[in-house]
Write a new protein. Structure first.
Length: 143
């Protein structure tokens, strides 16, 4: 199995036309500063593409030189990032205010959270979120 150091030393792709969308590769995330498993979403031109980090959920635009072949034994595992819906969260008048969006981003974006599946809607889990090991759901807390 390749390590991050092995991946960094191996040659990248010179031209994105050799990288088909939909396939899994190892990608050096500029946001996370580490090698991650990524699905190629779109080839923008001969040098850049858009990827989806399957274990984190982020999308990034990268150079094709930051893409490497993924070890076969790592491509068989499903991604850890899944789409979720917050249960019992409804905006006033069915419109999210900029303040509410900002508060959710500040509280949840790039933070460690635990999700507890409470039901499912159209194959998407409905979850309750607790922050940093807390037991109470995030949405029921007062801040």
């Amino acid at each position: 199995m390749s390590t991050g150091n092995d991946l960094a030393k191996s040659p990248g792709f010179v031209n994105c036309s050799y990288i088909p969308p939909g396939f899994l590769y190892a990608a050096f995330s500029q946001i996370r500063k580490q090698w991650c498993r990524a699905r190629i979403l779109k080839v923008l031109d001969c040098a850049t593409l858009i990827i989806h980090l399957i274990d984190y959920g982020d999308e990034e635009q990268l150079l094709c030189s930051d893409i490497r072949k993924l070890d076969d034994n790592l491509s068989h595992f499903k991604g850890y990032a899944i789409e979720c819906i917050l249960g019992d969260v409804k905006p006033t008048n069915n419109i999210w205010s900029p303040e509410a969006l900002k508060m959710c981003e500040e509280q949840l974006l790039y933070d460690t959270v635990s999700c507890f599946t409470v039901s499912q809607h159209l194959e998407v889990p409905v979850v309750r979120i607790a922050k940093k090991g807390e037991k109470e759901p995030f949405v029921q807390k007062t801040h």
